[in-house]
Write a protein that binds this ligand. Structure first.
Ligand code: G6P
Length: 608
């Protein structure tokens, strides 16, 4: 969703801003714009649609200047039109602002400003903020921003420039990430590090309620109350190469094929195979509280919620701690009782999902120990939690989450073993489990060889508009994830179910028009799922199965089988999900869909 980039330095700002916006575009947006401080005034261009539309309209000569801001907008207040696109100007035209987040009291502020005679051009909450800053401006932009933010309720990540103070960007954040890339004689303000890695890997993250005044010579950070804050520069974890396509046609394909490496990176240095232990430095300080937890709540959205469901099985089986999975969006409004000994684990690729953040804050306020399982280092959830474990999957650009999912499963498996070992799990059992976990990256590589098969299966079925995905136990969440992958990128309607639930309704849908993907590796419920396959076949359904190598029974029952290596049940999702990712990917490509930027979806949903 919305992206911010700002530049102050010696170079021409415009091309750096446009490149930065392109690096952010995977997050999803519907309009874009830039403003540059030029010779005592501001030059601004914005338009609905893709960045290429904006680029085509840019008058490079008229936009010369070394300070500027840019934005990709995902509409919240007001339709995605040229006028509602950012940057927005104050009434004098001297101040321009880009904004991520939502100003909750914008109606009241709009009335207040209207009473003072301010005329609004757009329907956005953002224009309200820039008008407020314009009213407060008295020759000091930093002060005007500070005063105005004190009147604002809601969330914001902002970058502001003023024609009277060329060479200055004011940035501030609350509930929406803002970081400053520190270069040599140049600084880049951004909402995500992907916009800065082309220029620098040195970065500082603004905390909630901090303001930065950035010039080409340096920056200074203060609180809203004007107290100075000293910031530490951090190193961004990844490089430009990691956010480029590297010969793949789509980021999603690249990320699917990166999984042997991303899971390996996630495991790196954390498994003690000899001793049957896991080392998780990020939660070491919370180990006592965690080990004695009475209840674990796993919260997330979308794919992260599916990973959480697998986590629930893992924690209950390996660590024997009562665990429940919550949609973050439901938890935050449910007034849930939180007793002593409750631990919340927020799961999120981006670490910025608004609902997950809110659920975390709710649990935190009620005294729960809060941990994060997050991919993006330094993201809001990572900073707000008491402790946590990073996925180290590297940047995930494709909107459909793939390597983050397997990273989340890997971390949850390690956490469950870590806690299990401190509770009931024997050293021998833990050792066997960890040895199996260590083999997973190589086994993922083996399953990825099914790519051509997956393309063929997709070719056969991609014109069927309704699919069903069935799984049991650990593979029930995989059925949900397989269905989500297919629907989000190919726009085929797909439903995932615990296989036993089929008979309570969905079986009525089954006909020869319905591909049914059954995840049926060998395990405790194998016989049951064979029964489900028979039931589907009896009604003419077309079965595509995921099964354990050497399973000939399934071969006779299904139209197509994806075989995976035999692994312990708790680790099966790490392999069974791979053919489903490939299947969804190829179905979407064959249907001519925009795989990396599916319609209506955003990579990181930072609004409710
Ligand atoms: C969006 C994305 C999903 C993702 C979900 C949660 O809906 O399209 O792919 O699973 O957000 O995102 P998070 O960053 O919190 O994992």
């Amino acid at each position: 969703m919305c992206g911010i980039v700002g530049y102050v330095g010696k170079k021409q700002a415009l091309s750096i801003l446009v490149e930065g916006l392109k690096r952010l575009d995977y997050r999803g947006y519907d309009s874009a714009g830039v403003a540059v401080a030029t010779n005592g005034s501001l030059s601004i261009q914005k338009s609905a649609g893709r960045i290429s539309v904006l680029e085509a309209q840019l008058d490079v000569e008229a936009m010369k200047g070394t300070t500027g801001i840019g934005h990709t907008r995902w509409a919240t207040h007001g339709a995605p039109t040229d006028i509602n696109a950012h940057p927005h100007l104050d009434a004098s035209g001297r101040i321009a602002l880009v904004h991520n987040g939502i100003i909750e009291n914008c109606d009241a502020l709009r009335r207040y400003l209207s009473d003072k005679g301010v005329k609004f051009l757009s329907e956005t909450d953002t224009e309200v903020l820039v008008q407020l800053i314009g009213q407060a401006y008295d020759g000091d932009l930093e002060q005007a921003v500070r005063t105005s933010l004190l009147d604002v309720q809601g969330t914001y990540g902002i970058a502001v420039i003023c024609s009277d103070e060329p060479g200055v960007i004011i940035a501030a954040g609350k509930g929406s990430p803002v970081l400053i890339g520190v270069g040599k004689g140049e600084y880049i303000v951004a909402s995500s590090d992907s916009a800065i890695v082309e220029h620098t890997t040195q970065v500082i993250y603004l905390e909630d309620g901090e303001i930065a005044k950035v010039t080409r010579d340096g920056f200074r950070t203060t609180t809203l109350g004007a107290l100075p804050v000293t910031k530490q520069t951090e190193e961004v974890e990844y490089s430009l190469g990691q956010i480029e396509l590297a010969g793949y046609e789509h980021y999603m394909a690249k990320e699917i094929f990166e999984q042997p490496t991303s899971v390996e990176n996630c495991l790196r240095g954390r498994l003690d195979l000899k001793g049957g232990h896991v080392h998780l430095g990020g939660i070491r300080d919370s180990v006592r509280e965690l080990t004695h937890a009475h209840r674990i709540i796993l919260a997330g959205c979308g794919t992260a919620w599916h990973a959480a469901l697998v986590g629930e099985y893992l924690f209950e089986e390996l660590a024997r701690i009562p665990t429940e999975t919550e949609y973050a969006s439901e938890f935050r409004y449910r007034n849930p009782p939180i007793e002593d000994g409750t631990v919340m684990i927020a799961i999120s690729q981006s670490g910025e999902t608004a609902d997950t953040l809110a659920a975390l804050e709710e649990a935190q306020q009620r005294g729960a120990l809060c941990l994060g399982v997050v991919n993006v280092v330094g993201s809001s959830i990572a900073r707000k939690t008491d402790a946590g474990v990073y996925l180290h999957a590297g940047p995930e650009i494709g909107v459909a989450s793939t390597k983050a999912f397997t990273g989340q499963l890997t971390v949850l498996a390690m956490m469950a073993a870590y806690l299990g070992r401190r509770r009931h799990l024997s050293q021998a059992a833990c050792k066997t489990f960890l040895e199996a976990l260590a083999r997973i990256p190589g086994q993922i590589a083996q399953v990825l060889k099914l790519n051509d098969d997956a393309r063929q299966v997709a070719q056969t079925y991609c014109n069927h508009e309704n699919w069903l995905y069935l799984g049991r136990g650990y593979n029930y969440p995989v059925a949900l994830e397989g269905a989500l992958k297919l629907k989000e990128i190919s726009y085929i309607h797909a439903e995932g179910l615990p296989a036993a639930e089929m008979k309570h309704g969905p079986i009525a849908l089954i006909s020869e028009e319905m591909p049914v993907v059954v995840i049926a590796p060998r395990g405790e419920q194998y016989e049951k799922i064979i029964g489900n396959i028979e039931a589907v076949r009896a009604r003419g359904g077309r079965v595509i199965a995921v099964a354990t190598e050497g399973d000939e029974t399934i071969q006779r029952l299904a139209e197509h089988v994806f075989y995976i290596p035999d692994v312990p049940e708790p680790l099966q999702p790490l392999l069974t999900v791979i053919p489903l990712q490939l299947l969804a990917y190829h179905a979407a490509v064959l249907r001519g869909c925009n795989v990396d930027k599916p319609r209506n979806l955003a990579k990181s949903v930072t609004v409710e």
